[in-house]
Design a protein around this ligand. Structure first.
Ligand code: C5P
Length: 203
Protein backbone atom coordinates (compact mmCIF):
# COMPACT_ATOMS: atom_id res chain seq x y z
CA UNK A 1 0.00 0.00 0.00
CA UNK A 2 1.21 3.51 -0.80
CA UNK A 3 -0.24 5.95 1.72
CA UNK A 4 1.26 9.21 2.96
CA UNK A 5 0.34 11.01 6.16
CA UNK A 6 1.69 14.59 6.19
CA UNK A 7 1.93 16.21 9.63
CA UNK A 8 3.00 19.84 9.81
CA UNK A 9 3.09 22.50 12.48
CA UNK A 10 5.36 24.67 14.64
CA UNK A 11 7.96 23.45 17.14
CA UNK A 12 6.75 21.58 20.23
CA UNK A 13 3.10 21.36 19.15
CA UNK A 14 3.08 17.56 19.54
CA UNK A 15 3.85 16.54 15.93
CA UNK A 16 6.54 14.06 16.93
CA UNK A 17 4.40 12.20 19.46
CA UNK A 18 1.42 12.10 17.10
CA UNK A 19 3.58 10.97 14.16
CA UNK A 20 5.18 8.15 16.11
CA UNK A 21 1.79 6.97 17.43
CA UNK A 22 0.20 7.01 13.96
CA UNK A 23 3.17 5.19 12.44
CA UNK A 24 3.06 2.52 15.18
CA UNK A 25 -0.72 2.08 14.92
CA UNK A 26 -0.72 1.52 11.13
CA UNK A 27 2.74 -0.02 10.72
CA UNK A 28 3.91 2.92 8.59
CA UNK A 29 7.50 4.14 8.38
CA UNK A 30 8.16 7.53 10.03
CA UNK A 31 10.46 10.35 8.94
CA UNK A 32 11.06 13.34 11.22
CA UNK A 33 12.08 15.76 8.47
CA UNK A 34 13.26 18.36 11.01
CA UNK A 35 16.21 16.04 11.66
CA UNK A 36 17.42 16.58 8.08
CA UNK A 37 17.60 20.36 8.62
CA UNK A 38 19.09 19.88 12.08
CA UNK A 39 21.81 17.65 10.61
CA UNK A 40 22.59 20.22 7.90
CA UNK A 41 22.81 23.01 10.50
CA UNK A 42 25.02 20.90 12.78
CA UNK A 43 27.51 20.01 10.05
CA UNK A 44 28.75 23.59 9.81
CA UNK A 45 30.53 24.98 6.76
CA UNK A 46 28.55 25.67 3.61
CA UNK A 47 24.94 24.60 4.29
CA UNK A 48 24.18 23.94 0.61
CA UNK A 49 27.15 21.57 0.31
CA UNK A 50 26.14 19.97 3.62
CA UNK A 51 22.58 19.36 2.37
CA UNK A 52 23.76 17.94 -0.96
CA UNK A 53 26.21 15.62 0.80
CA UNK A 54 23.90 14.50 3.61
CA UNK A 55 24.21 10.78 4.43
CA UNK A 56 22.07 8.68 6.83
CA UNK A 57 24.86 8.57 9.45
CA UNK A 58 24.57 12.39 9.78
CA UNK A 59 21.16 11.84 11.38
CA UNK A 60 22.67 9.72 14.16
CA UNK A 61 24.46 12.61 15.88
CA UNK A 62 23.39 12.85 19.51
CA UNK A 63 23.35 16.66 19.61
CA UNK A 64 20.58 17.24 17.06
CA UNK A 65 17.70 17.65 19.55
CA UNK A 66 18.98 20.70 21.41
CA UNK A 67 17.36 24.16 21.20
CA UNK A 68 20.54 25.46 19.57
CA UNK A 69 20.40 22.78 16.87
CA UNK A 70 16.76 23.79 16.28
CA UNK A 71 17.74 27.42 15.79
CA UNK A 72 20.59 26.48 13.44
CA UNK A 73 18.17 24.23 11.51
CA UNK A 74 15.65 27.01 11.02
CA UNK A 75 18.40 29.31 9.70
CA UNK A 76 19.66 26.84 7.07
CA UNK A 77 16.04 25.87 6.27
CA UNK A 78 15.41 29.36 4.87
CA UNK A 79 17.97 28.74 2.08
CA UNK A 80 16.11 27.55 -1.07
CA UNK A 81 19.07 25.43 -2.33
CA UNK A 82 19.18 23.58 0.99
CA UNK A 83 15.46 22.78 0.75
CA UNK A 84 15.79 21.74 -2.90
CA UNK A 85 18.59 19.29 -2.05
CA UNK A 86 16.33 17.47 0.43
CA UNK A 87 13.16 17.17 -1.68
CA UNK A 88 13.83 13.93 -3.57
CA UNK A 89 14.76 11.96 -0.47
CA UNK A 90 11.58 13.07 1.33
CA UNK A 91 9.32 12.33 -1.66
CA UNK A 92 10.81 8.88 -2.16
CA UNK A 93 10.31 8.15 1.54
CA UNK A 94 6.68 9.31 1.33
CA UNK A 95 5.82 6.94 -1.52
CA UNK A 96 7.63 3.86 -0.22
CA UNK A 97 5.58 0.68 -0.06
CA UNK A 98 3.82 0.07 3.25
CA UNK A 99 2.82 3.65 4.09
CA UNK A 100 4.72 6.60 5.53
CA UNK A 101 4.28 9.39 8.04
CA UNK A 102 6.37 12.52 7.51
CA UNK A 103 6.36 15.40 9.96
CA UNK A 104 7.76 18.85 9.35
CA UNK A 105 6.73 22.30 8.17
CA UNK A 106 6.01 21.95 4.44
CA UNK A 107 5.04 18.31 3.95
CA UNK A 108 1.38 18.93 3.06
CA UNK A 109 2.08 22.13 1.12
CA UNK A 110 5.28 21.43 -0.86
CA UNK A 111 6.76 17.95 -0.39
CA UNK A 112 3.55 15.88 -0.63
CA UNK A 113 0.62 18.06 -1.68
CA UNK A 114 -1.16 14.86 -2.75
CA UNK A 115 -0.74 13.13 0.64
CA UNK A 116 -3.78 10.99 1.47
CA UNK A 117 -4.09 12.56 4.94
CA UNK A 118 -2.82 15.99 6.04
CA UNK A 119 -2.78 17.22 9.60
CA UNK A 120 -1.72 20.60 10.94
CA UNK A 121 -0.80 20.36 14.62
CA UNK A 122 -0.47 23.58 16.53
CA UNK A 123 -0.75 25.09 20.04
CA UNK A 124 -0.35 28.49 21.68
CA UNK A 125 3.32 29.57 21.89
CA UNK A 126 3.15 29.74 25.71
CA UNK A 127 1.97 26.14 25.91
CA UNK A 128 4.64 24.93 23.48
CA UNK A 129 7.36 26.84 25.33
CA UNK A 130 6.20 25.37 28.64
CA UNK A 131 6.37 21.82 27.22
CA UNK A 132 9.90 22.41 25.92
CA UNK A 133 10.97 24.00 29.19
CA UNK A 134 9.59 21.05 31.19
CA UNK A 135 11.38 18.63 28.83
CA UNK A 136 14.59 20.53 29.58
CA UNK A 137 14.06 19.98 33.29
CA UNK A 138 11.65 22.77 34.36
CA UNK A 139 13.09 24.55 37.40
CA UNK A 140 16.40 22.76 36.87
CA UNK A 141 16.50 23.55 33.14
CA UNK A 142 19.57 25.43 31.89
CA UNK A 143 17.23 28.14 30.53
CA UNK A 144 14.34 30.09 31.99
CA UNK A 145 10.81 29.64 30.67
CA UNK A 146 10.97 33.20 29.28
CA UNK A 147 14.15 32.39 27.33
CA UNK A 148 12.54 29.25 25.87
CA UNK A 149 9.40 31.24 24.94
CA UNK A 150 11.56 33.86 23.19
CA UNK A 151 13.27 31.10 21.17
CA UNK A 152 9.94 29.50 20.25
CA UNK A 153 8.64 32.87 19.01
CA UNK A 154 11.86 33.56 17.11
CA UNK A 155 11.73 30.19 15.37
CA UNK A 156 8.00 30.60 14.57
CA UNK A 157 8.69 34.00 13.02
CA UNK A 158 11.53 32.63 10.88
CA UNK A 159 9.58 29.53 9.79
CA UNK A 160 6.36 31.38 8.91
CA UNK A 161 8.09 34.43 7.43
CA UNK A 162 10.54 32.81 5.00
CA UNK A 163 9.85 33.16 1.27
CA UNK A 164 10.46 29.50 0.35
CA UNK A 165 8.03 26.90 1.76
CA UNK A 166 6.87 28.94 4.77
CA UNK A 167 5.10 27.15 7.59
CA UNK A 168 1.34 27.22 6.97
CA UNK A 169 -1.50 24.70 6.90
CA UNK A 170 -2.41 23.09 3.57
CA UNK A 171 -5.93 24.14 2.56
CA UNK A 172 -7.27 20.63 3.07
CA UNK A 173 -5.38 19.88 6.29
CA UNK A 174 -7.26 18.81 9.41
CA UNK A 175 -6.39 21.32 12.14
CA UNK A 176 -5.42 19.86 15.53
CA UNK A 177 -4.94 22.55 18.16
CA UNK A 178 -3.31 20.87 21.16
CA UNK A 179 -3.43 23.95 23.43
CA UNK A 180 -6.25 22.39 25.42
CA UNK A 181 -6.14 18.81 24.20
CA UNK A 182 -4.30 16.06 26.02
CA UNK A 183 -1.77 14.31 23.83
CA UNK A 184 -3.89 11.13 24.08
CA UNK A 185 -6.92 12.92 22.63
CA UNK A 186 -4.83 14.49 19.87
CA UNK A 187 -3.42 11.06 18.98
CA UNK A 188 -6.93 9.56 18.88
CA UNK A 189 -8.13 12.31 16.51
CA UNK A 190 -5.13 11.78 14.25
CA UNK A 191 -5.68 8.01 14.16
CA UNK A 192 -9.36 8.55 13.34
CA UNK A 193 -8.43 10.83 10.42
CA UNK A 194 -6.09 8.17 9.02
CA UNK A 195 -8.70 5.43 9.48
CA UNK A 196 -11.17 7.58 7.55
CA UNK A 197 -8.62 8.17 4.80
CA UNK A 198 -8.01 4.45 4.47
CA UNK A 199 -11.76 3.73 4.67
CA UNK A 200 -12.46 6.19 1.87
CA UNK A 201 -10.18 4.19 -0.35
CA UNK A 202 -7.51 6.85 -0.51
CA UNK A 203 -4.97 4.06 -0.01
O1 C5P B 1 10.74 20.01 13.68
P1 C5P B 1 12.08 20.52 14.16
O2 C5P B 1 11.98 21.43 15.34
O3 C5P B 1 13.07 19.43 14.37
O4 C5P B 1 12.64 21.40 12.93
C1 C5P B 1 13.80 22.19 13.04
C2 C5P B 1 13.72 23.30 12.00
O5 C5P B 1 13.87 22.73 10.69
C3 C5P B 1 12.39 24.05 11.94
O6 C5P B 1 12.35 25.16 12.83
C4 C5P B 1 12.31 24.49 10.49
O7 C5P B 1 12.98 25.71 10.28
C5 C5P B 1 13.07 23.43 9.75
N1 C5P B 1 12.19 22.50 9.05
C6 C5P B 1 11.69 22.89 7.82
N2 C5P B 1 10.92 22.04 7.08
C7 C5P B 1 10.62 20.83 7.55
C8 C5P B 1 11.09 20.41 8.83
C9 C5P B 1 11.86 21.29 9.57
O8 C5P B 1 11.93 24.00 7.37
N3 C5P B 1 9.87 20.01 6.79
Amino acid sequence: MIFTVAIDGPAAAGKGTISRAVAARFGFAHLDTGLLYRAVGAKGGDPVAAARGLVPADLDRTDLRTLEAGQAASRVAAIPEVRAALVDFQRAFARRAGGAVLDGRDIGTVICPAAEVKLYVTAAPQVRARRRWLELGGDTAPKSYDAVLAEVRERDARDTGRADAPLRPAEDALLLDTTELTIETAVQKAIKAVEQGIGQGRA
